[in-house]
Design a protein around this ligand. Structure first.
Ligand code: NAI
Ligand SMILES: O=C(O)C1=N[C@H](C(=O)O)C[C@H](O)C1
Length: 252
């Protein structure tokens, strides 16, 4: 019989972490060897024999967690937000000293969200205007969401590569914040509302028409197939992968 994948969950008592614990426990090909909270020592990953870990903690702790995993040859699947360009560059450098180790930084594990981001990046060059609205539960600590930052960055990259001008905007008088945050020139508006889980709309406008690309996660169950897919594949992808789309053949 094939050996089960030894998995550790970091942030195990959180909203996402507790779902991930249940998903790993229910997966026949995986064994949950550690479930760590904020005060548990990272050394537990080693003593428990974890081959992969999934980080679902907080932006302030995720970099140190992943660093520890990589330094100990433990593959890491990371859903936690806060991975800006500086952190990614440091991680790339660290991975050079551990060439067999894989790290997946996945701003969103929901397959529908990954597809929606890819569709938005594809559509972005064909429209004069693009703006983004992300809507989340009010217990979220970061804004804009990691998914919105990723989507806006890919949209901006696609528009730059196609030579598209910035979205037109005549605003000269503005209450601070009224036009949202700017991510690489793309305006991003963040809504925090009780009852929501995780939602995003990309609005693309051209003369006389609008295309809206919307994704909704109504339940954190939506993230679990992506978490398990990441854990199953991370060892086969040494080095750094940003975005679950890196493990999917979206161009097929
Ligand atoms: N990639 C994705 O698809 C998704 C990513 N997220 C992200 O995942 C992260 C967690 O989200 P939630 O579960 O909603 O937050 P949460 O606040 O419910 O859970 C975070 C947990 O991590 C714990 N924690 C903090 N520092 C820790 C450490 N050093 N070691 C172990 N545990 C630690 C906290 O005590 C808490 O229990 C956020 O950054 C969120 O944006 C959330 C949903 C989906
Ligand atoms: O905090 C959340 O809930 C979510 N965080 C991720 C993000 O910031 O994009 C993924 C999803 O949107 C849910």
């Amino acid at each position: 019989m094939k050996e089960k994948l030894a998995v550790a969950v970091l942030g195990a008592s959180g909203r996402m972490g507790s779902e991930a614990v249940a998903a790993v426990e229910a997966a026949e090909d995986m064994e949950l060897v550690a479930a760590l909270g904020r005060t548990d020592p990272l050394e537990t990953l080693v003593s428990a024999g974890a081959r992969c870990m999934v980080d679902l903690t907080v932006p302030d702790s995720t970099e140190a967690n992943v660093r520890f995993a990589v330094e100990h040859g433990i593959h890491a699947v990371v859903g936690t937000t806060g991975w800006d360009a500086g952190r990614l560059a440091r991680l790339q450098e660290l991975l050079q000293a551990s060439p067999g180790t894989g790290v997946l930084i996945a701003p969103n594990f929901a397959l529908g969200s990954v597809l929606a981001t890819a569709f938005a990046a594809k559509a972005a060059r064909y429209f004069e205007s693009v703006e983004l609205i992300e809507l989340h539960h009010p217990d979220k600590v970061d804004a804009p969401s990691g998914t919105a930052v990723r989507t806006a960055s890919l949209i901006a990259q696609a528009r730059e590569e196609a030579g598209v001008a910035p979205s037109p905007d005549a605003t000269t008088k503005e209450l601070p914040g009224a036009r949202g945050a700017e991510v690489n020139g793309v305006h991003v508006h963040s809504v925090r509302l009780r009852g929501l889980v995780a939602h995003q709309e990309v609005l693309l406008g051209g003369p006389g028409e609008q295309l809206t690309i919307r994704h909704d996660s109504f339940d954190r169950a939506s993230f679990m197939p992506g978490v398990l897919l990441g854990l199953r594949q991370v060892a086969e992808h040494p080095g750094l992968t940003v975005g679950l789309d890196g493990y999917l053949n979206l161009n097929d």
